[in-house]
Structures are given as C-alpha cells and as structure tokens.
Design a binder for this molecule. Structure first.
Ligand code: PGA
Length: 253
C-alpha cells in the first residue's frame, strides 16, 4: 500500500512571520491526530526554510519541509541560486522540480531537470518531479506525448534504485490556480498512464511503489474524490495550502 502524501506549495506567497504562523496553526490542527497515516509536507519560499524547519520541529514529526526549486551544481559562481547541498544541510527533505511555472517562466527544460533530479537525489533528498500539459496540448489531443516526454527525458536516466526515491506530481497546467480541477476520471487516466510508463521501463514492482500526486485546484471539497482514485496518491496543493483550515481539510480528506 502506498502511503498518502499531501504537499503544500506556497509559491511566492507569505512573509517569514506569516509562514511560521501558518505552520503553527497546522501543528495545532494536527495535534489531535494520534496516528497520522499520511506524509504532510510544507514547501515555503527559500528564504523561509530555516525558520520553518525550526517551527516544524514542534510537530512531533508530522510536518516535513520541502523547497520549491534548486540548482544542480554543489556550489560555485551562480549568483542567486541555491544548491541541493545547502538545502539538505539546512534540513530540507523534499524539492519540487519542474513545476509548470518554472518550465513556463524560467524556461526549465526536461534536460535541465534531469540534472537537477540527480543532484537532489545525491544529497539524499526526495525530488517531487512535476509534469503536465497545457490547455492547448490537451485540446490538440497530444497531451500524453507531452507527459511521456517530460517523464522520459527528465527521469529515465535514473537507476531503478533512484526511481524508488522520487515522487511524481501530475499537474495539468490548465487546472493550476484556475479553479478548474481535472475530473477524478481525467486525473486517474493520466496517473495510470504515468505508472504504466514506469512499469515498462523499470518493472511493475517499482511502478507499483511510485507515489504520484495530483495538483491543480485541489480543495477540501474535491480532495476526497480525487484521492480515492486507484493511482492518485495524494496532492500537491497551491492556493489551498495557504490557509491552515483548507490545508487541514485536504489532509483529512
Ligand atoms: P493550485 O496550485 O492548487 O493553486 O491550483 C497547484 C500547484 O501549482 O502546485
């Protein structure tokens, strides 16, 4: 059985103080949960990481912390960048890679993401590798080809052992921040498709263990139905991760 994962991507929202207060509210909400059988991850802006890691220490291990991006080099003259080594030494456990906003606004290619993925794994952190099609790509009917290329070019140089340490997130770009969620059936179709790609390349056993999260307008009201699909192992949540009550509602879904 794959454990459910709920990850909150704060994007470029909140000040450090607001972030700390959000995590304190999540800790209060989760304190009643005796056996939390899910992995909860908060993913604040890079500036907040050390403070949020400190705050999350009061969660009795219930809240894990991730970063939204990183570079692939260990160190060097790369003004403005943050390395996987810096993140892991700060206590970061997860790193989102290839979010559609990074692909779209910062021109991140599958080839660049392949390098970042390896660099994150080398620092013993877990990449949350994002894929997903635009509305145009969905309407043209070529969306599976787009997702296949994102997965194959970004991840298929990894060994089977490395693949066992990644998380994939399917986020249709047309559903991100738009209020339009993929229907549970639409999402399940792609999640099963993604799992089949891994089964072909790495074998059924590894594909069966791979967590695949759905992202795109996940809300407390639609999370339960999405998460009940056979191949959906939780969510990567944007807007609704910024309010403790909404995020707790999704965690409980
Ligand atoms: P959203 O964002 O939940 O606000 O649609 C999801 C994401 O971009 O990770």
């Amino acid at each position: 059985m794959r454990k459910k994962i709920v990850a909150g991507n704060w994007k470029m929202y909140t000040t450090v103080e607001e972030g700390i207060s959000l995590v304190n509210n999540l800790i209060a909400g989760l304190s009643k949960e005796e056996n939390l059988n899910k992995t909860v991850i908060v993913i604040p802006p890079a500036l907040h990481l050390t403070s949020i890691i400190q705050t999350a220490k009061n969660s009795a291990g219930k809240i894990h912390v991730g970063a939204q991006n990183c570079y692939f080099e260990k160190e060097g003259a790369y003004t403005g960048e943050i390395s996987p080594r810096m993140l892991s030494h700060a206590g970061v456990e997860y790193v989102i890679l290839g979010h559609s906003e990074r692909r779209q606004y910062f021109n991140e290619s599958n080839q660049l993401l392949a390098k970042k993925t390896i660099a994150v794994l080398e620092e013993k952190m877990t990449p949350i590798y994002c894929c997903g099609e635009t509305l145009e790509q969905r309407e043209s009917g070529k969306y599976k080809d787009v997702i296949k290329a994102q997965i194959e070019e970004g991840l298929f140089d990894l060994s089977a052992a490395q693949i066992s340490n990644i998380i994939v997130a399917y986020e249709p770009v047309w559903a991100i921040g738009t209020g339009k969620t993929a229907s549970p059936e639409q999402a399940q179709e792609i999640h099963a498709f993604i799992r089949s790609l891994f089964a072909l390349k790495y074998g059924a056993a590894i594909a069966e263990q791979l967590p695949i999260l759905y992202g795109g307008s996940v809300k407390p009201g639609n999370a339960a139905e999405l998460f009940s699909q056979a191949d959906i192992d939780g969510g990567l949540v944007g807007g609704a991760a910024l309010k403790a009550d909404d995020f707790l509602g999704i965690i409980n879904a």
